[in-house]
Ligand binder design. Structure first.
Ligand SMILES: C[S@@+](CC[C@H](N)C(=O)[O-])C[C@H]1O[C@@H](n2cnc3c(N)ncnc32)[C@H](O)[C@@H]1O
Ligand SMILES: [Zn+2]
Length: 317
């Protein structure tokens, strides 16, 4: 088999737009909190003299491929296999206090989604795993389906997948469990969903897409850690430092939008409270009043960019 090369595996989304917002200057330090295959970081390193990158990814395979790709930049790059919820610790380990910019390009990479063995996609028959950190001691998607209640399964599929047939899908999953035949593989789940969800002619995506997305978000706790991460990322910025975040899901975008609004001073407390308890304070200026979305040309060339939204802010003091 030909050797895998990072640059052929994943096209960076909203690349020009992200660089325009991060505005790298020679010699500056950036954290790439979702290094993936290093696509965004490579452009920062190649186009802006003496910039440095601290790259974080929880996926060991991505880390290995990004290391190879970015090797040519030598000591300007340091890569850590970690969850970005540990970004403050990672910077401490790298003996860096504050940085000029942070980038997070959330969700899965094509390396993960196109893997035939990791269970992210029903295009391949594989164990239903979906952990981005395959070495972690956390539950796989199959384990969640084997242990959660019918109500919890339905909630996850409804909330994270916006799937109208969530309760029926959950019922079928539980029925299989009760028969002693729990769902173990991607294909088993895709077939089960296909039988429950009627496909309308308008539907461009496979009926199981929403359920798979929902499980992936649950397995990796993608929404739970996001607000905390945005706050940590703003904390580690120097004055005039910039944070850019790319999301692929409306719930993710809402968390990013509201957290940035809070950090920009907007109060989210109910009107009758005598004083603010939501933690609003003016630490940043929002640089994107509306999220930036990909051009038609980009989505045509790279369908994965379809739902991308980019928001950014500037640290005030
Ligand atoms: C969309 S890809 C990034 C692609 C990258 N910008 C590029 O151009 O090659 C997202 C990456 O973030 C990683 N990731 C997602 N959530 C993470 C988390 N909480 N901590 C660390 N890495 C995470 C995934 O493993 C994946 O490799
Ligand atoms: Zn408040």
């Amino acid at each position: 088999m030909p050797k895998l090369k990072a640059e052929n595996l994943h096209k960076p989304v909203l690349l020009t737009e992200t660089i325009e917002l991060l505005k790298p200057q020679a010699g500056e330090i950036f954290v790439d909190a979702t290094l993936g295959l290093g696509g965004h970081s490579e452009v920062v390193l190649a186009d802006f003299a003496q910039t440095q990158i601290v790259g974080i990814d929880q996926d060991a395979e991505a880390v290995e491929l990004a290391r190879e790709r970015l090797e040519k930049f030598g000591k300007r790059v340091r890569i850590f296999q970690a969850n970005f919820s540990e970004v403050t610790q990672v910077l401490g380990d790298a003996k860096i206090d504050k940085v000029n910019g942070v980038l997070a390009d959330l969700g899965v990479s094509s390396l993960q989604f196109d893997s035939a063995t990791r269970g992210f996609s029903f295009r391949f028959d594989a164990p239903l795993d979906m952990r981005m950190d395959a070495d972690a001691d956390t539950e796989t998607a199959a384990e969640l389906l084997e242990t959660l209640s019918e109500f919890e399964i339905a909630r996850i599929i409804y909330e994270y997948g916006e799937e109208k047939f969530s309760r029926k899908i959950a019922r079928r999953i539980i029925e299989r469990r009760e028969r002693g035949e729990p769902i173990k593989t991607t294909i088993e789940l895709a077939l089960l969903v296909e039988k429950v969800v009627r496909r309308s002619k308008k539907d461009k995506i496979h009926p199981a897409t929403r359920t798979f997305q929902a499980l992936r978000i649950a397995v990796n706790r993608e929404l739970e850690i996001l607000e905390r991460f945005i706050r940590d990322a703003v904390n580690i910025l120097k004055k005039d430092g910039r944070l850019a975040v790319i999301t692929f899901h409306s719930l993710e975008d809402r968390i990013v939008k509201q957290t940035l609004q809070k950090l920009a001073g907007k109060c989210f407390c109910p009107p009758r409270l005598p004083q603010c308890v939501c933690g609003a304070s003016r630490e940043i200026e929002i640089l994107t009043r509306k999220p930036i979305v990909p051009s038609e040309a980009e989505t045509e060339e790279n369908p994965r960019a379809r739902s991308a939204k980019l928001r950014a802010c500037l640290k005030l003091s």
